[in-house]
Write a protein that binds this ligand. Structure first.
Ligand code: KIV
Ligand code: ZN
Length: 387
């Protein structure tokens, strides 16, 4: 039996904090409905105290979406929690996500306070949110740089106050994967009643380790991951949903499943990228333009013989029709013949193919990529030359 991992999507909250990526309420509803089809368990719909627009979006998403839990973010402040509870009025399943910074630098510079005071504020916020909803998630901001012993005390106290989920954010993307994994393990081993709550990961990508850290968290006992479509989010972004979903699909031996319908990954990636005006880097894992494009001759030859030679993911599994054989100056005869066939030109003899291939190389040295039109032109030119 596989263990179940809950997918908490924060594209519409942490993702939407990115400058220039703001969406209006109608657009957010579009994304939320796609997230529901994708199969996420929780949609973090916004930070309702931050603006009337954000408040309204949480209200409207709550009305529009049925299955996922709708979550609203707050600081550990009563007014924030009141407003969040109001915004969730229409949600069929609702969660308040409240929390406070627990690292020494947050305690000193953000709050000009001390550890005991922060611990009390954390407990008060959870107890206050519990008056409105059963499902309360607590985040220990900058947990990645928080001393483990103190973090364990905070986590134990908020679980006692009723937290159902405890979020351990690596807010600054600082942790190494083994450190982050050990932090989760430490909490599992040192916090009384830790099994009464779900441990959640929330990793940022400042050093390019968000996915690795999230995976280590899961391998050490976290059962919720906080992720975004295309990995968008503050600064270098958050862990990307598609990477975690496909890692667990490709590595079944890990024994952990999600509810994600992976065939919906590519369509939602395109939708988020275009609505947020945020291009996906071409070599982005899973959803980048080149993720299934084979361009070197050796790879193309292998893929055309058997896709498993260079492909670990079937493009159909993420909702793409096919892989792509890109023709460049590094391509070989097999790729050229394949593209000719795709374009309805069946080259039977090697001699003709050789002639076209020579012309193709001359053109490919001048152009970055050879298009279908170029291929047809080359084939046509060769036929004419034969007459
Ligand atoms: O990165 C972070 O710590 C956050 C919290 C507000 C959950 O986004
Ligand atoms: Zn974050």
């Amino acid at each position: 039996m596989s263990d179940r991992l809950y997918i908490f999507d924060t594209t519409l909250r942490d993702g939407e904090q990115v400058p220039g990526c703001q969406l209006n309420t109608v657009e957010k509803i579009q994304v939320a409905k796609q997230l529901e089809l994708l199969g996420v368990d929780v949609i973090e719909a916004g930070f309702p105290i931050s603006s009337p627009g954000d408040f309204n979006s949480v209200v409207e998403i709550s009305k529009a979406v049925t299955w996922p839990t709708i979550c609203a973010l707050t600081r550990a402040v009563e007014k924030d929690i009141d407003v969040a509870a109001e915004s969730l009025k229409y949600a069929k399943h609702k969660r308040i996500h409240t929390g406070i910074g627990t690292s020494d630098s947050h305690i000193k510079y953000k709050f000009n306070s001390n550890r005991e005071d922060i611990l009390e504020r954390a407990v008060r916020a959870v107890a206050y949110a519990k008056k409105y909803v059963d499902d309360v998630e607590f985040y220990a901001e900058d947990a990645g740089r928080t001393d483990n012993e103190y973090l364990a005390r905070v986590v134990e106290a908020v679980i006692k106050a009723g937290a159902t989920v405890v979020n351990i954010p690596d807010t600054t993307g600082y942790c190494l994967p083994n450190e982050y994994g050990e932090k989760i393990k430490y909490l599992k081993e040192h916090v009384d009643n830790i099994d009464k709550a779900i441990i959640s990961t929330h990793c940022h990508n400042d050093l390019g380790m968000a996915t690795a850290n999230t995976l280590e968290g899961v391998l050490n006992g976290a059962r919720q991951v906080e992720v975004t479509i295309n990995g968008i989010g503050e600064r270098a972004g958050n862990t990307s949903l598609e990477e975690i979903a496909m890692i667990l699909k490709c590595h079944k031996n890990i024994g952990i499943d999600t509810n994600i319908n992976t065939r919906k990954i590519y369509p939602i990636s395109r939708m988020v990228s275009s609505l947020m005006n945020m291009p996906v880097q071409p070599n982005k894992a899973i959803v980048g333009r080149n993720a299934f494009a084979h361009s070197s001759g050796i790879h193309q030859d292998g893929v055309l013989k058997n896709v498993q030679t260079y492909e670990i993911i079937n493009p159909k599994d993420i909702g793409l029709d096919n892989n792509e054989i890109v023709l460049t100056a590094r391509s070989g005869r097999a790729a050229l013949r394949y593209r000719l066939e795709v374009n309805g030109v069946d080259i039977k003899d090697e001699e003709t193919l050789d002639k076209i291939y020579k012309q193709f190389l001359v053109l490919a040295d001048k152009k970055k990529e050879i298009t279908d039109d170029d291929v047809l032109m080359l084939a046509g030119a060769d036929r004419t030359a034969n007459h």
